[in-house]
Design a protein around this ligand. Structure first.
Ligand code: BGP
Length: 495
């Protein structure tokens, strides 16, 4: 348990809420004029906890199979939790819990059925417009991610994913439409989810399939694709400032945390190097230029990353207003990992920390690491911080009384809230909000399971698509309501 060192206190107006992503909740993959996305092609495979990398393997052959698969094949993101048809009911539940903010993402392929279309798909626009109105009617601020791991499939089939520079203009056109059409409802925007993630999962972040780049160093391909995303993101930030002057735009990173496994200098160095590989793209989005360590790495590896002269100006003009991040776990780094236990993450590999408990999926829970992360980020960037993902994936069961009793989730929440309070009141961090990841059960990103549940609301659906989509409020539902009502000051509960 995290023991807070100062009384619990959060600023007035602190934004409590929940977070989701279109591909993990919406479903309705072929309705409303939506085009296909990469996510519609990712099959469910039963893999063990230590075997997640198999889940991420994706080849041209997998793509062909997905395109040939029938309606009833097991591609979980195609149905997700059918938020597309349930959003009114779900938003009403979020409002009942007292949410001030809901993080959602827009599916690019609902706004442009094909990213090359000259005109947007009005049905897709109407859907989001109605959702944003519904949120506003309940006094909930939308926090919107433009791209959360669901590149339009055409970027893969007709281009070379984000390796193709054309993606920049296509994305900016899409972003412009979003700002013009939704700007009056949405004042908090994020460009790319977990912007550091392309090296870990190239297809969902960058629309890149390795076998489509024969004879090329795949890492070099990723660096080029990332450069294009950086330029696209900066252009979108600038455009948002012009079109929606009262809006704020943030970047979004995976705030991984690694401790040196021992006090050996080599372990410390390995930790520092690893963290730089996480920070490098947020460094660009905050400071408006490539950090020297990244340019040195590109040069040292002999990679040719095309950067046009105008890109320097674009990056400088498109810096973000706040820094948002996901935080789930920590692990360790060692100079030499021989013989050490590794902690299975999703795509994140680290040495297992013997001092921390693990979730059923091997993620090592660490609220103190959240406080350390907040301090590190604030000292590095001096921008307001927003925790836009944090939560516990667990195997919940519906008890005989028809309820879901999840004290473990409440404990996880309480510990992280205590750590946040200390970061604000003891360490002087400017933290503006907290959105719990998967505030309603949804399809897992890494495992594509429904049985890895994060929500305060249970959704009756299993890993194979059997279920009624019925929603059941878990015990943690009323608990989070109490936390929000007391502005983070009442964390008591009886297990
Ligand atoms: C983050 C993603 C989310 C989400 C979360 C939990 O990396 O931004 O989309 O899913 O992790 O991960 P998982 O679903 O794999 O448990």
């Amino acid at each position: 348990m995290y023991q807070n060192v100062s009384p619990l206190h959060f600023p007035n107006g602190f934004m409590w809420g929940g977070a989701t992503a279109a591909n993990q909740v919406e479903g309705a993959w072929n309705e409303g004029g939506k085009g296909m996305t990469v996510q519609d092609c990712l099959p469910y495979r039963e893999v063990g906890v230590a075997d997640f990398t198999k889940q991420f393997a994706f080849s041209s052959q997998d793509l062909e199979e997905a395109l040939a698969a029938g309606e009833d094949a097991n591609y979980p993101k195609r149905r997700a939790i059918d938020f597309y048809h349930h959003y009114k009911e779900d938003i009403a539940s979020f409002a009942e819990m007292g949410y001030k903010v809901l993080r959602v993402s827009i599916c690019w392929s609902r706004i442009y059925t094909d990213p090359r279309d000259p005109e947007p798909n009005e049905e897709g626009i109407a859907y989001y417009e109605d959702m944003f109105r519904e949120l506003r009617a309940h006094g909930i601020e939308p926090l919107v991610t433009l791209s959360h791991y669901d590149p339009p499939l055409a970027l893969v089939t007709d281009y070379q994913g984000w390796y193709s520079r054309e993606c920049i203009d296509l994305f900016v056109k899409y972003a412009r439409t979003c700002f013009e059409r939704f700007g009056r409802y949405v004042k908090y925007w994020l460009t790319f989810n977990e912007v550091d993630a392309m090296l870990r999962h190239a297809v969902t972040s960058g629309g890149l399939i390795e076998d489509r780049f024969p004879g090329m160093e795949f890492e070099e391909v990723i660096y080029q694709a990332m450069h294009h995303q950086m330029v696209a993101s900066a252009k979108a930030v600038k455009l948002c400032h012009e079109l929606v002057p009262d809006a704020q735009v943030g970047c979004m990173m995976t705030k991984l945390m690694f401790y040196p496994y021992t006090c050996k200098p080599e372990d410390n160095l390995a930790t520092q190097q690893r963290m730089r590989s996480i920070y490098r793209y947020v460094d660009i989005q905050v400071f408006g230029e490539y950090p020297r360590y990244l340019l040195t790495e590109i040069e040292r590896k002999g990679y040719e990353v095309e950067m046009r002269p105008e890109d320097t100006r674009i990056l400088r003009e498109g810096t973000v207003d706040f820094v948002s991040f996901s935080y789930y776990m920590t692990s360790c780094m060692a100079g030499d990992t021989t013989g050490l236990d590794m902690a299975p993450g999703n795509t994140v590999n680290g040495v297992k920390n013997p001092h921390l408990p693990s979730s059923e999926w091997g993620w090592q829970t660490d609220p103190t690491g959240l406080r350390i992360s907040l301090v590190e980020l604030y000292d590095r960037y001096r921008k307001p911080l927003f925790i836009v993902e944090n939560g516990l994936g667990a195997k919940d069961v519906v008890s005989e009384d028809g309820c879901v009793h999840d004290p473990y989730r409440m404990e996880y929440l309480a510990d992280h809230v205590r750590a946040m309070s200390d970061a604000i009141n003891v360490d002087g961090v400017d933290l503006i909000g907290y959105t719990w990841w998967g505030c309603i059960d949804l399809v897992s990103e890494s495992t594509r399971q429904m049985s890895k549940r994060y929500g305060f609301i249970y959704v009756d659906m299993d890993d194979y698509g059997n279920g009624t989509f019925k929603r059941i409020k878990k015990d943690s539902f009323n608990y989070y309501k109490q936390v929000i009502e007391s502005n983070g000051e009442n964390l008591s509960f009886e297990a």
